[in-house]
Design a protein around this ligand. Sequence first.
Ligand code: FEO
Length: 397
Amino acid sequence: MSITQLRPDIRYVGVNDRTTNLFESLWTLPHAVSYNSYLVVGEKIALIDTVEEHFTSRLLSNIRHEIGDRNIDYIIVNHMEPDHSSSIAALSRIYPDLKVVGNMQTIRMLEGYYGITENTVTVKEGDTIDLGNGKVLSFYLTPMVHWPETMVTWCEDDKTLFAGDAFGSFGALDGGISDKHLKFADYENEMRRYYAAIVGKYGPQVQKALAKVNTLAPEMICSTHGPVWENSVAEVIDIYDRMSRYEAENGVVIAYGSMYGNTEQMAEEIARGLAEEGVENILVYNLATTDPSVVLRDVFRYNSLIVGSPTYNAELFPPVAHFLNALAMRGIKQRHFAAFGSFTWANSATKALKEFAEKMKWEPVVPVQEMKQGYSEEKCAAPAREIAHAIAEKLKA
Ligand code: FEO
């Protein structure tokens, strides 16, 4: 059986994108990304989600490899974001009899994006489409995981969930399609980063979706990005559950900006202090040079956060402001929090860091520490060690 044959009647026809540098023009792709698309083959054939339009010809070639000249009867649209929907118009021309299936919101977006108003089928929660040969697809709405129209498709016969973005991961599929041939450990970090960057704002909605997923008890999860999960179903559901509840494990993220290295030296001193206090999992990130999704991933994962910023134009240093905004947007729950800031003549950054803590309803473990002008051991070591000690005490508690 070919590796693309996930089950006798479920075929992988997606593609790898090793060219795009920034996903959503925002997030780096050091390991590339896949756009996953699947065929369910009964007497009729359904294609579940498509791929980004630059790859339509590759998708078509993959479809023909699997089903030859047979027609596609349905495109099931679990998610309308263009990385999954932008091949629909071309496929509708190639297969003029196919019907495009989505919920009420999907159908409106099909018109808005692609002008498609005919040959559509509107489905509601729990509706089914019978493809014949025992392949019955049913549909469950999972709004805001990751757009309002998002739904999942269930194939009871194969206990398979077509999950849209849920449980997806950055990282191209290097040879294998499922985790029978790909190692979960090689994708775990990219799956966490994908969640933090793309879905992380919608924790409560993910919890509602998980309740439906758990009722279905899938044996195979086919997402729109990253590996198909067969061996790791329990692990990926557990990670989604913990991340969407903002549950964190012991560890410290130090995220800072620094123009001339003074704030950076303070960050280094805090990190050293934490290590000497016996803290494990210390991650130090320069926000000016690190993709924010990497830092967000680890803020989701670990329970302590220390932020440092110099004053810049009487505000926070811009990469720090951008990062804090991304945190607030995702509604990150309480972390053990500390902050420090440097300034030359106006302490605007430390004021902004205090305001950020108040906005998030986070109680800093020690008052926000200020450093005026250059770093020196005499004036900075003590406040840095105070932060490190206070965080270490929290982790021991
Ligand atoms: Fe991969 Fe929300 O699209």
